[in-house]
Design a protein. Structure first.
Length: 215
């Protein structure tokens, strides 16, 4: 298995047609986020958020190595297809996490709320002196049905963090809409801000593609 760097994230890019923050009111409660990846033309990869009125469409970026089939074990650089459940929502202003993960962390919820996203944002994953590579937030995703994964709490570069597949922001908007991430899906600042006000613990995210996947 390749060395594990950044937690892969579902990345949601620029909110096309969005006129402001998304409201939780009136949106579908499940299966409301769908991501379609395009291997031939990464810039055509897009997501759709069904919020109970006209759907919000947005660009997304994905893994630099391509896509793996549903049920696969996550590896650095590869974005898995399939159905996922939101099991944590992390940002400077919002902390929601599956109670089973809080227990697994060995830390108190207060500690995680005050430190986890700040720790993760302070890591320079590429070694180029730049931090904040998750941008405005990190929405962690667990595969459905559950399959063996390397997701875990650990210490990276001296910082306690949560490692998983996720949708997250970016400190470099030019990376959105490209096959360039560590496996996560990334989105721009505006879309991530919208998602952070809309996504709920337990929501389902479906990632698909018309292109062949790697078993």
């Amino acid at each position: 298995m390749r060395s594990l760097l950044m937690g892969a994230v579902l990345v949601v890019v620029s909110g096309c047609g969005s006129s402001g923050p998304l409201s939780r009111e009136g949106r579908a409660s499940k299966d409301s986020i769908r991501i379609q990846l395009d291997a031939a033309e990464p810039s055509a990869s897009a997501g759709e958020l069904n919020q109970g009125r006209e759907p919000l469409r947005f660009k997304v970026g994905y893994g630099r190595n391509g896509m793996t089939c549903a049920g696969s074990t996550f590896e650095e650089g590869w974005t898995p297809l399939g159905t996922f459940r939101v099991n944590a929502i992390l940002s400077e202003d919002r902390f929601v996490m599956d109670p089973a993960l809080v227990k697994e962390s060995g830390k108190t919820e207060t500690y995680l709320r005050e430190n986890l996203f700040r720790n993760m944002s302070s890591i320079d994953f590429k070694g180029d002196g730049e931090t904040g590579e998750y941008g405005e937030g990190y929405i962690s995703l667990a595969p459905v049905p559950a399959t063996p994964q390397p997701f875990r709490f650990n210490t990276y570069d001296g910082k306690f963090r949560w490692y998983s597949f996720a949708i997250h922001g970016t400190n470099d908007p030019s990376r959105v809409g490209k096959s360039i991430t560590g496996g996560c899906i990334n989105v721009d600042r505006k879309v991530m801000a919208d998602l952070l006000t809309t996504v709920q613990l337990g929501d389902e995210v479906v990632i698909s593609s018309d292109s062949p996947c790697t078993p």
